[in-house]
Structure formats: C-alpha cells, structure tokens
Design a protein around this ligand. Structure first.
Ligand SMILES: [Zn+2]
Ligand SMILES: [Zn+2]
Length: 228
C-alpha cells in the first residue's frame, strides 16, 4: 500500500517528488474534455451552458468534473468506494482540486462559501465505515480554505441504486430522500458546492439542490470526480 505516495496508485510506477499519487502518464490517460459548465455534457469548447441547459436548466448553476467515468478514473473510484481503499482519497481529491482550478480559468467559476459532501444513509455509512464524498470534500476544504460541513444535509431514505431506472422511478425513488437542516439558514451560506464521486444522471443532485434552495442557498455548484 502506498500511504506516502511513492508509487503510482494505478500502475505502481515509481513517482517523482511532488506528484500526488497518480503518475503523469496515468493522469494523462484520464479522459478529459471541454464541457458545459452547467451539466458537464461534452462540447467542442468550454461553455457555461449547452442548449439543453438553456431550455431546461437543472436546479443547480455550475458543475465541475475531472473527466469521464473511464479508465483509469473508473477503477480508482471503484477501489475507493467499494473495496475499502479509503487511502485513495487524497489522490482523487487532488484531481478534483485541479479541475476546480481549471474551471476557475475556463468557466470563470466563483468559489462557494461552503463545501457539502453528499450524505450516505447512516446504514450504508455504517457498513462502509466512511462516506467517500466526505473524505474527498475534506481535502478540498483544506486546500481551498473553505469550510466543509457534514451536518447541514441528511439522508432520510436508503435509496437503491439509481442505475437502470427510468427517469420517473428515479424521481419517485429520491422523493424526500434528503433534508437540508434548518441551521443552514442561520449559517447564511449563499453559495455552496455539493461534492460526490460519480455524477450519473444528476437527479440526486437536483433533489438536494431543491432542498438547499428552500433554506436560502442561491448558488449551487456540483463537484464530482467523473460523469458517466
Ligand atoms: Zn501510473
Ligand atoms: Zn448543459
């Protein structure tokens, strides 16, 4: 195990000083692309909105992703999420941190007042013993010097995996699954970033964004490692 990052977490090659877990060759293999700054759809050039987002905007305003859910990112996320390799948090967070910095340049991304990891249901978190989104969010909070708050959002329902469901049953599934806490109003955060590992359909994020808006948050960003 490479606790200290001496070897690439993907190909096991020796790392040069100053690299963060992933060697430059593996990092270059991540499928990155110009994207819509709102929904992360692949575009020919970086834009703030695509046609779809103009017609039917999501409940959030901005999105940041590292790249497509493909090798080597997909395997790293799988290992991080399902194989208990929580120590990959720093390397993965580093990629997202660089993507945020890149979006500051390409999408004029404003930084939020707070970073909120997407919560797991307490049962799932108990089984896994950690919330992978919170591990990533913690590093981002530290590097960007923005508070990370795990206490403002809770997950009320255990939602089965969203994959393979129709849009309608997905929405049904997610109804009242999340709750933004009253104390969010007192915090006075006008702008927050939601952090999750993989953004699949956006329906989870939409559901959370709705709850955040009810508590007075005006600007919502979605930060994720990969878009499927
Ligand atoms: Zn490598
Ligand atoms: Zn879009």
């Amino acid at each position: 195990m490479n606790w200290l990052g001496f070897c690439c977490v993907y190909c096991q090659q020796k790392l040069a000083v100053g690299q963060h877990g992933l060697c430059s060759r593996c990092s270059r293999q991540i499928y990155r692309f110009p994207y819509c700054g709102c929904c992360a759809a692949e575009l020919a050039t970086d834009e703030l909105h695509c046609g779809q987002c103009v017609r039917e905007p999501p409940y959030w305003q901005r999105i940041v992703i590292v790249g497509r859910y493909a090798e080597p990112l997909s395997t790293l996320i799988q290992r991080f999420k399902f194989e208990g390799q929580f120590w990959l948090d720093r390397s993965l967070a580093r990629l997202l941190y660089l993507a945020v910095r890149e979006a500051r340049r390409t999408h004029q991304l404003p930084l939020p007042d707070a970073i909120l990891p997407v919560p797991l249901h307490h049962f799932r978190q108990w089984r896994r013993s950690y919330n992978q989104a919170a591990l990533i969010a913690k590093w981002l909070a530290r590097w960007l010097n923005i508070p990370m708050r795990e206490d403002l959002l809770i997950r009320l329902k255990r939602t089965p995996t969203q994959r393979g469901l129709s849009a309608k049953s997905r929405r049904q599934n997610l109804k009242n699954a999340f709750q933004a806490q009253e104390k969010l109003k007192k915090c006075g955060y006008k702008s927050v970033a939601l952090v999750d590992d993989v953004i699949t359909t956006g329906s989870t994020m939409n559901e959370i964004a709705k709850q955040l808006r009810k508590m007075g948050v005006e600007h919502i960003q979605v930060w994720g490692l990969a878009r499927t």
